[in-house]
Design a protein around this ligand. Structure first.
Ligand code: NAD
Ligand code: UD1
Length: 332
C-alpha cells in the first residue's frame, strides 16, 4: 500500500493500523508539514522496516519510480496542505498541491493497474447542510479554497472511477481527529501557533500559551460554543483499514466520525477532568467561516464497513496530553 503524506498526523497513525492488520506500506512525503523523525518513531513502535521516499507527490516522475519499484495493491492519499487560513491567502498553492497530486497519483494507478484508491476528504465539503451530515446530501460551497480542493478532488475521482469500471475509490470524509497513539510517541505537533482546538488546549496545559481563545459563545448550541464531532485518530486510522478491506468497484463515500457532538466548553472540561489540569480561557469573537455545529451520521460506515469509533472523549484527551508532555516544540 502506498501511503502519501505518511509522515503526517493521520498518515503515521494509519500506517500503524495498516501494519497491525498485516499490510505492507511504502511512505511518500515531502516533509513540508512533518518530520523524518515521525517515520523513525513509528518504525520503533512497529519494529519494522518501512520504505520511505522524500518526494513531492505532484512530481509524476518521482511517483512513477515508486510504482516501478513496488508491487502496490492500493494508494491512500493523505498528502495535502490543510491550513484553512493559509488557503485563503495562497489559493493557487492549495489548488496546485492538493489537486495536481491527486491527478498524478490516480493517473499512475491507471497506468500501473493499481485499482484501489482511498482519498482523505473532509466534513467541510458538506458546507452548512443540516446536521447530522449524511453521505447522500448535496455538497454545498465551502468557505475557503482548502475545502474546495477536497470537493474538486472528490469530483475528479468520481469521474475517473466512472470511466474505469475496475477502479475502486473510497472518499473518506473525516470529522475532527484528535488524540494520539497510546505509546505517546506520535501525535499532532503543528508548527507555530496551532489553528485547531486540541493542540491549542494541550499547549495551554503545558504553559506554552497563556489561555485558550474560545471563538464565540453565542451559537445556537448547548452552551453557545461550537459543536464538533471529535474522533480519536486511531479510530480514524482503523476506519481506513476497514475501508480498504471492504473496497468494491466504483465510488463509495463514508463519513468517519463518532456521530456525537461535543462543544468547545465540554471538550475543555473533559480535558481538565481527564488530566487533572486547568485550562484558562477567554471568550472572543466568532472565527469567520466557522459553523455552529458539525457531526456525522455514521450509519453507512457501520453497515458497509463494519466499522465504528470505539474510543471516547476522555481517552482522546488523555492520549493527546500524554503525547504533548513527550513533545519538544521548536520555534514557538
Ligand atoms: P498533516 O499535515 O499532518 O499530514 C499531511 C502530510 O502530507 C504532511 O506530512 C506533509 O508533509 C505531506 N504533504 C503535503 N503535500 C505534499 C506533497 N505535495 N507531496 C508529498 N507530501 C506532501 O495533515 P493530517 O492532519 O495528517 O491530514 C492528512 C489528510 O487528511 C490531508 O489531506 C488533510 O487535508 C485531510 N484532513 C485532515 C483533517 C484534520 O483535521 N487533520 C480533517 C479532514 C481532512
Ligand atoms: C477546521 C477547518 C476544517 C479542517 C479542520 C482540520 C475551519 C473553518 N475549518 O475545522 O476545514 O478540515 O480544521 O484541519 O477552519 N476553536 C476555538 N479556539 C481555538 C480553536 C478552535 O474556540 O483556538 C473552536 C472552533 O471555533 C470550533 C472548534 O473549536 O468550534 C473546533 O475548531 P478546529 O479544531 O479548528 O476545527 P474545525 O473548525 O472544525
Amino acid at each position: 500500500m502506498l501511503v502519501t503524506g505518511g509522515a503526517g498526523y493521520i498518515g503515521t497513525h494509519t500506517c500503524i493500523a495498516l501494519i497491525e492488520a498485516g499490510h505492507t506500506v511504502v511512505v511518500a512525503d515531502n516533509l513540508c508539514n512533518s518530520k523524518r523523525e515521525s517515520i523513525e518513531k513509528f518504525k520503533k513502535i512497529m519494529n519494522t522496516h518501512i520504505p520511505f521516499y522524500e518526494i513531492d507527490v505532484s512530481n509524476r516522475k518521482a511517483v512513477e519510480t515508486i510504482f516501478e519499484n513496488h508491487q502496490l495493491d492500493g494508494v491512500i492519499h493523505f498528502a495535502g496542505l490543510k491550513a484553512v487560513g493559509e488557503s485563503v491567502e495562497k489559493p493557487s498553492l492549495y489548488y496546485e498541491n492538493n489537486v495536481v497530486s491527486t491527478l498524478v497519483l490516480v493517473n499512475c494507478c491507471l497506468k500501473f493497474g493499481v485499482n484501489r484508491f482511498v482519498f482523505s476528504s473532509s466534513a467541510t465539503v458538506y458546507g452548512d447542510n443540516k446536521v447530522p451530515f449524511v453521505e447522500t446530501m448535496d455538497l454545498l460551497p465551502t468557505t475557503n479554497p482548502y475545502g474546495e480542493t477536497k470537493a474538486i478532488c472528490e469530483r475528479i475521482l468520481t469521474d475517473i472511477a466512472k470511466a474505469n469500471p475496475s477502479f475502486s475509490v473510497s472518499l473518506l470524509r473525516y470529522f475532527n481527529p484528535i488524540g494520539a497513539h497510546e505509546s505517546g510517541l506520535i501525535g499532532e505537533a503543528p508548527n507555530g501557533i496551532p489553528n485547531n482546538l486540541m493542540p491549542y488546549i494541550t499547549q495551554v496545559a503545558k504553559g506554552m500559551r497563556d489561555y485558550l481563545s474560545i471563538f464565540g459563545n453565542d451559537y445556537p448550541t448547548i452552551d453557545g460554543t461550537g459543536v464538533r464531532d471529535y474522533i480519536h485518530v486511531m479510530d480514524l486510522a482503523e476506519g481506513h483499514v476497514a475501508a480498504i478491506h471492504a473496497m468494491l468497484q466504483g465510488v463509495h463515500i463514508y463519513n468517519l466520525g463518532t456521530g456525537q457532538g461535543t462543544s468547545v466548553l465540554q471538550l475543555v472540561k473533559a480535558f481538565e477532568e481527564a488530566n487533572g489540569v486547568t485550562i484558562r480561557y477567554e471568550i472572543v469573537e466568532r472565527r469567520p467561516g466557522d459553523l455552529a455545529c458539525c457531526y456525522a451520521d455514521v450509519e453507512k460506515a457501520r453497515q458497509e464497513l463494519g466499522w465504528i469509533a470505539k474510543r471516547d472523549v476522555v481517552t482522546m484527551c488523555k492520549d493527546a496530553w500524554r503525547f504533548e508532555k513527550n513533545t519538544l516544540h521548536q520555534g514557538v
